[in-house]
Design a protein around this ligand. Structure first.
Ligand SMILES: Nc1nc2c(ncn2[C@@H]2O[C@H](COP(=O)(O)OP(=O)(O)OP(=O)(O)O)[C@@H](O)[C@H]2O)c(=O)[nH]1
Length: 350
């Protein structure tokens, strides 16, 4: 009998470093043929595009499938299952499937989909890997900020739970077989130890935890968990599922995003600096995309997580490709002033 294809689910909050870890994996895949399914929040396939740009031979553009509707937990049956079925119809099957969930997705319904007839016989979940932004945890980003939650509740009565960030963070930890404390380069040893304790206290299960920076995790560790998580996922229920079972309505609008289309960016350093201020002023959780810098043949990748802004030129604009600056902005529902943010970004690009 043909053995099942292993699938690794990589989850973790917005900007934790999922794409960076996958990129590193593709560059060090040691001949494994990897198929990638990427789910992203926000109407701009940045992660897929960054990975296609990495040029790894073991993962060609055909091997990358993007699901850009953002909420894999709601659309498993509509989107994910047909995608898996199509992948399994291919003549050349992958050795391993890697699924990057959006930073706002719950892994539980996704893992449960591996119990679906037609998929269960052919694929097994090798493991769920939850990537943690150690710097964000150290900065208290997931701690329950009561003032902020109260303010949100006052603005939106439909908020049916405490802090959306904290709850999602915990749900992603609860699903984990392996937790990667990423961005260890940004936190000192005492800070990392505190992060480890904080993370451990947020899940009653005791998955293995490792530290990493720059996405450097060996393929043997990442792809060799051998758990078969689909058989255990019923024991790792999320707040979301528990609320449903208790008959509570859960709305999925805790977060929102929009895309800003700008022309060229005149001065990238000034732009990055202005981004930091705009992000802080407007409580933006995540901002990412590509920029067209005046006079440069290369496209600039812009990545901001909280107040940290990274940018680098990844590849030349292709002949015939429309140059431009497109950024996706993600924040809490009702927390983003789209008009003011757009105006501020336009101003920063000039
Ligand atoms: N300093 C530092 N930066 C990192 C590390 N890992 C990732 N980053 C940076 O963090 C930013 C976000 O990384 P991504 O890999 O895009 O994060 P992600 O989890 O895929 O993000 P979403 O898909 O938007 O949720 C990028 O600017 C990365 O370069 C790390 O270990 N250390």
């Amino acid at each position: 009998m043909q053995s099942k294809i292993p699938a690794t689910v990589i989850t973790g909050f917005l900007g934790a470093g999922k794409t960076t870890i996958i990129r590193n994996l593709l560059m060090n895949a040691q001949g494994r043929r990897i198929a990638l399914i990427i789910n992203e929040f926000g109407d701009l396939g940045v992660d897929g595009d960054v990975l296609k740009g990495c040029g790894a031979e073991t993962c060609s553009e055909d091997d990358i499938v993007e699901l850009t509707n953002g909420c894999i937990c709601c659309t498993v049956a509509d989107d994910f299952i047909p995608t898996m079925e199509k992948l399994l119809e291919r003549d050349r099957l992958p050795d391993h499937i890697v699924i990057e969930t959006s930073g706002l997705a719950l892994p539980q319904p996704l893992v449960n989909a591996f119990n679906w007839p037609g998929i269960k016989e052919r694929v097994t979940v090798d493991g769920v890997v939850t990537v943690v932004d150690s710097a964000a945890v150290a900065a208290g980003r997931f701690a329950d900020d009561e003032d902020r939650v109260d303010a949100l509740r006052a603005a939106d009565e439909s908020l049916d739970h405490e802090s959306p960030l904290e709850e999602l963070f915990e749900d992603q930890l609860t699903a984990a077989d392996l937790i990667i404390l990423n961005k260890s380069d940004l936190v000192d040893a005492a800070g990392l130890s505190a992060v480890r304790n904080d993370v451990a206290a947020r899940t009653s299960r005791k998955p293995q935890m490792i530290e990493a920076s720059g996405g450097e995790v060996s393929a043997a560790v990442l792809l060799g968990l051998g758990v078969g998580t689909e058989s255990d996922i019923a024991n790792r229920r999320s707040h979301h599922e528990i609320e449903h079972e208790n008959g509570e309505e859960h709305d999925h609008d805790d977060f929102e995003s929009f895309v800003v289309d700008l022309g060229g960016v005149a001065a990238p350093d000034r732009f990055s600096k202005a981004l930091r201020d705009i992000i802080a002023t407007h409580d933006i959780l995540r901002l990412k995309g590509f920029a067209d810098v005046a006079g440069k043949p290369m496209r600039l990748v812009v990545q901001a997580v909280g107040s940290r802004v990274d940018s680098y030129f990844d590849r030349a604009w292709k002949p015939g490709e429309e140059r431009g600056t497109r950024l996706v902005v993600i924040g809490l529902h009702d927390g983003l002033d789209e008009a003011a943010i757009t105006a501020a970004l336009q101003d920063a690009a000039r």
